[in-house]
Design a protein around this ligand. Sequence first.
Ligand code: 2HA
Ligand code: ZN
Length: 270
Amino acid sequence: MKDILDSPFIKKMIEITSNMYRLGWDERNGGNISLLLAEDEVAPYLDVSDVKRRIPTGFSAPELEGKYFLVTGTGKYFRLVASEPDVTLGVVRLADGGKTAELLWGYTDGGKFTSEFPAHMMSHVARLSVDPENRVVMHCHPTNTLAMNYIHPLDDRSFTRTLWQMCTECIVVFPEGVGVLPWMLCGTNEIGAATAEKMKLYRTVVWGMHGLYGAGKTMDEAFGLIETVEKAAQIFMLTAGMPRINTIRDDELRTLAEAFGVDYRRDFLD
Ligand code: 2HA
Ligand code: ZN
């Protein structure tokens, strides 16, 4: 059996959580990540028949029966993932129609998966239904995106339009737009279901006055989406309250999307 700390998925998780922490997106225990793993990615590093603990999930997700996930732990700090991976991370396999998580590795202090596990698992189901190659769901509290939530209307169309106008790259990186949810109580199945509903249309979902979700085929894709939204929100915040004398016009956004051949939300432009 190879050492799991040498696996590409643990190394990538450490790299991504460390960067997210340093970017200021994950203060204290803020943020959580889940990565879907194939059994043959896990098997060289773990005895998949050795279940350490069986943890109830509080929801059902029959679509994910038997699926493996690397998941950040509840109450754990992204700042510490690099130095304490076996405490801050866990590998689980869903059983009993998603009602049970079988712990195969990690959470060695007796902990468990993130409090946002329902939102993550429901989002995986939603993303996989529209993109069978989706593997990652990532949540964090990026500063400027959060600041923008307090001074900008919270609906999909107007929030997306503003972000698209802030950087030329945006409509190319997230042509489908960004979903926006109002403030809701976090950690619940209700916010999980609402997030998953948006995830059928978008890879990026704003949780009003809380943070951001990104999904993707790879950790880098999900991270890159969040990074691009946050950059656009930063430009918005740097220019907020100042007289705006230039913008990227709708016809220019259309030209951009067509030049890059992306399938964009045409109804989000005037
Ligand atoms: O894990 O970010 O949304 C802490 C959070 C909850
Ligand atoms: Zn959060």
